[in-house]
Design a protein around this ligand. Structure first.
Ligand SMILES: Cc1cc2nc3c(=O)[nH]c(=O)nc-3n(C[C@H](O)[C@H](O)[C@H](O)COP(=O)(O)O)c2cc1C
Length: 418
């Protein structure tokens, strides 16, 4: 451990692109454990499959696409910084919007100051902005953890309990269920999930989601599902398992191995909203799976871009630019050459996008499908943290001092994006 300036910096690790070895081993057979609906307070999640919140990804256009393929799950909005919501920051307010078709409006809040979190929850409740509130205690990004937020926060059990408790109390006025999303800990010498799970349950959370990696593991290695089993065995409230579900078989394996009440999927859904269709089929006992042709993928890209244009209040340029990261995910694994990919990245209007789609289909062939070897394989971020940044002296005690709180709350950022 080293102290750099006014922060604590944990173990530097090699970056790696080593992927989850289990994804090559497909479990055989029919789903043996169909998932039962999960109740979050009075809300029934009929198919307990969650689109895990992803900053810059799970805004309403993407959620709508996922819900169209696999209805009756839970599709969580990307995290909203409590302080930004309290300040009525326009960008934060945009992220709070839902499409009229969304059945369960699910928001995620992030913050370290219980008073600001309570104010943000009050805004959500008084303005009927959501049906469900998730709390982010999983973010590993240095900008967040160096301020004691995200996955660093559960280390301070007093602060964690206070944040959860105050949000639960406010949301309880309108029977809005609150859930907590946590990681295993900061690293394996500083695990937090056992206490965090129990505190969340005691403070009235309706469920917890465990991303079974530590902050230090970031997105590297693999999610250790045995930790999900441990939490399932310990808690009375439902536990959603998270980490490394790339296809329906992985979801089935996680449910069978851990006994979790439901599964949460992040990166595996990027550029693949039809994964929710596969999961709906899986848990309904059907072996039918989507393997879209390039033409179908391009139709989805076009529709996503249209919805994004609506999201940006008609600003096509903003929409198509924001689509670039999505397009890279949609095309991942298809034999689309560098020139075509570059053309997609340079689009700045829907007409431009149409022209590139037409050229792509001409060049590659509309009936092209994904080669077997890349279906359901890891995608997106796959690295270990270079360093874990924490407030100075953070690990010295499991509770906060008055001075620590003052320093933290003064430093709570407006924009804590991933
Ligand atoms: C680009 C990106 C953005 C993310 N943003 C959030 C977020 O806003 N809130 C959150 O709780 N987790 C966030 N996560 C973490 C995911 O929700 C999920 O826990 C993690 O990716 C592990 O699940 P997976 O293996 O299915 O991807 C993000 C992950 C990625 C890759």
């Amino acid at each position: 451990m080293s102290h750099k300036g006014a922060e604590t910096v944990l173990n530097e690790r090699e970056e790696t692109t080593v992927l989850d070895p289990r994804t090559d081993a497909k479990p055989a057979g029919d789903p043996t454990k169909a998932l039962k609906p999960v109740m979050l307070g009075d809300i029934e999640v009929k198919t307990p499959v969650v689109l895990s919140p992803m900053a810059g990804v799970t805004n309403w256009p993407f959620r709508v696409l996922c819900e169209e393929y696999g209805p009756n799950g839970l599709y969580v909005a990307e995290m909203i910084t409590a302080r930004a919501l309290v300040a009525k920051n326009p960008k934060a307010l945009r992220l709070c919007r839902f499409a009229p078709t969304e059945k369960i409006r699910s928001l995620q809040l992030y913050g370290v100051d219980p008073a600001i979190m309570e104010q943000a929850a009050r805004i959500v409740v008084d303005n009927d902005m959501a049906d469900h509130v998730d709390l982010n205690f999983g973010c590993p990004v240095p900008k967040v953890t160096r301020r004691g937020g995200g996955s660093a926060l559960p280390w301070k059990t007093d602060l964690f309990g206070e944040v959860v408790g105050r949000v639960v109390e406010v949301c309880g006025e309108k029977d809005i269920p609150v859930t907590a999303k946590i990681r295993v800990g900061i690293d394996h010498d500083h695990e937090t999930f056992h206490e965090a799970g129990h505190i969340a349950q005691e403070e009235g959370c309706a469920a917890v989601t465990l991303h079974a990696r530590t902050t230090a593991e970031y997105y590297g290695g693999h999610s250790d599902w045995s930790r999900i089993t441990e939490l399932v065995d310990e808690l009375d409230i439902p536990v959603f398992g998270n980490g490394d579900i790339w296809g329906a078989d992985d979801a089935q394996a996680m449910v069978e191995q851990t006994g979790c009440a439901g599964v949460a999927i992040g990166r595996g859904a990027q550029g693949r909203p039809w994964l929710f269709g596969d999961l709906k089929n899986l848990f309904a006992g059907s072996s039918e799976r989507f393997n879209p042709t390039l033409a179908e993928v391009c139709t989805t890209i076009r529709r996503h871009a249209e919805l994004m244009t609506e999201f940006y209040d008609g600003d096509e340029n903003m929409a198509v630019r924001d689509m670039r990261k999505h397009v890279a995910c949609y095309l991942k694994g298809y034999p689309v050459g560098g020139k075509v990919r570059k053309a997609f990245m340079e689009c700045d209007s829907l007409a431009g996008l149409d022209a590139v789609i037409a050229a792509t289909l001409d060049e590659v062939g509309p009936e092209t499908t994904l080669p077997e070897r890349v279906v359901d394989k890891p995608r997106g971020r796959v690295r270990f943290a270079k360093k874990v940044h924490l407030p100075y002296g953070w690990l010295d005690s499991r509770t906060t001092t008055h001075a620590e709180r003052e320093a933290l709350f003064g430093d709570d950022p407006m924009d804590a994006s991933y």
